[in-house]
Design a protein around this ligand. Structure first.
Ligand SMILES: O=C(O)CCC(=O)C(=O)O
Length: 261
């Protein structure tokens, strides 16, 4: 039962599966060359830090063109628009490494831990639409795969306190397998975790997180002026650099210059 989807426009069937499961799996979202370039950029960034630690590096798109191209990648952008509409921002981008032979992470929902999104309403509203691009092979269990609890964004029931990843786990967990270049599109309210990495190589996933425009970015305190200067008008808009022509009222925003579909 894999909620498989295709790159490009969000179909009616995909919208239904996303609403039901809370995620979609999109094989071949990136080409082999795009995946290799993103992996190289990720390894470069993490090589500046001590090895052997799970780590996330924010706003790498400002300095790495291969990652920048993910901001408005044509495989995913139409799906983001299909779920969030035309007014949203890239709230954060987390380049994630999970070292070889490390244990699973714990289940959680994403968002602001100090004011959890589920306090807003049950079911938890869609506040962060995340795309995890698999950059290394995760085609089998035990490769640092994302592990999801399907449909758990729709429940108000507390997460069971006795769950232990892989040891005393929930039988409904889904270990999301995918080759390099697969994208996992998911609702922040789905309980999920990092899967164990039993392999001899580090696992890399690039998470791009989209949100309504009134959430503050969470991987940066401001946009790098040099990046803004050289990037495209659409990417400038998507990192939140909008004009507010009728301040202080939130009307009259220009629509980001999306490509015609
Ligand atoms: O890529 C991973 O290890 C999962 C990260 C995760 O769960 C998160 O960023 O919320």
């Amino acid at each position: 039962m894999i909620p498989i989807a295709q790159p490009g426009l969000l179909t009616e069937r995909e919208r239904f599966m996303f609403a039901s499961f809370g995620y979609l799996v999109i094989p071949d979202a990136l080409s082999t060359a795009e995946t290799a370039a993103c992996l190289e950029a990720s390894q470069r960034a993490h090589s500046a830090h001590p090895p052997g630690q799970w780590r996330q590096i924010g706003h790498l798109y400002e300095t790495e063109p291969a990652i920048e191209a993910l901001i408005d990648h044509p495989a995913l952008l139409p799906k983001i628009r299909g779920l969030l509409g035309d007014y949203f921002i890239l709230q954060s981008a987390w380049c994630t490494v999970q070292p070889a032979q490390t244990a699973a992470g714990g289940y959680h929902q994403d968002g602001s831990a100090v004011y959890e999104f589920r306090r807003l309403a049950i079911p938890t509203p869609l506040m962060q639409l995340r795309v995890g691009y698999y950059l290394t092979d995760q085609s089998e269990d035990g490769m640092g795969n994302m592990v999801m609890i399907p449909g758990s964004h729709n429940t108000g029931t507390a997460f069971p306190g006795d769950v232990q990843p892989d040891k005393h786990d929930l039988p409904i967990r889904d270990v999301v397998c995918g080759k390099p270049g697969t994208a996992l599109l998911f609702h922040q309210g789905v309980f999920h975790r990092t899967g164990r990495n039993e392999r001899a190589f580090d696992r890399y996933t690039m998470h791009m997180v989209y949100a309504p425009p009134w959430l503050i970015p969470s991987d940066r305190s401001c946009n790098d002026p040099a990046f803004l200067e050289r990037t495209t008008p659409l990417r400038r808009a998507l990192v939140g650099e909008w004009q507010r022509p009728e301040e202080p009222f939130g009307v009259g925003y220009a629509r980001p210059p999306f490509p015609e579909e």
